[in-house]
Write a protein that binds this ligand. Structure first.
Ligand code: HEC
Length: 97
């Protein structure tokens, strides 16, 4: 499934991609770059960069679950499993740089 995401295959094959699209792209962008009006306003980092990718899975799980700065908490809105899938999705974002 990770390969399917990286290759940009249909989203139906990847529920995490759907979740990311509905809950995360408005800020982080489809590619994770943060290159969106909201992302620029909030000064978002590129999720594909080492600053993010260098963090452990538990650290990223915690950010997605609890939020960070202006990022809203997803507690009660996403199941543990969905949060885990999103970490995998963030790990699988095509490296832009
Ligand atoms: C309202 C805008 C907003 C939305 C929606 C949002 N985020 Fe964030 N996100 C932020 C902000 C602000 C930060 C903290 C600043 C930063 O690290 O760039 C952040 C940080 C992160 C980080 C940590 C980056 C790092 O290097 O520490 C991850 C991972 C992340 N977001 C993933 C997600 C995922 C997955 C979703 C969807 C469930 C999501 N975000 C939804 C605004 C948002």
């Amino acid at each position: 499934m990770i390969f399917a995401i990286a290759a940009g295959l249909p989203l139906a094959a990847a529920p995490a991609a759907d979740l990311y699209k509905t809950k995360c792209t408005m800020c982080h962008g489809t590619d994770g770059s943060g290159n969106t009006p909201m992302g620029k306003k909030l000064g978002l980092r590129d999720l594909r960069a080492q600053t993010t990718q260098g963090q452990s899975d538990p650290q990223l799980l915690a950010v997605i679950e609890n939020g960070k700065d202006k990022m809203p908490s997803q507690k009660g809105r996403l199941s543990k499993d969905e949060v885990k899938q999103l970490v995998t999705f963030v790990r699988g974002l095509p490296k832009g740089r």
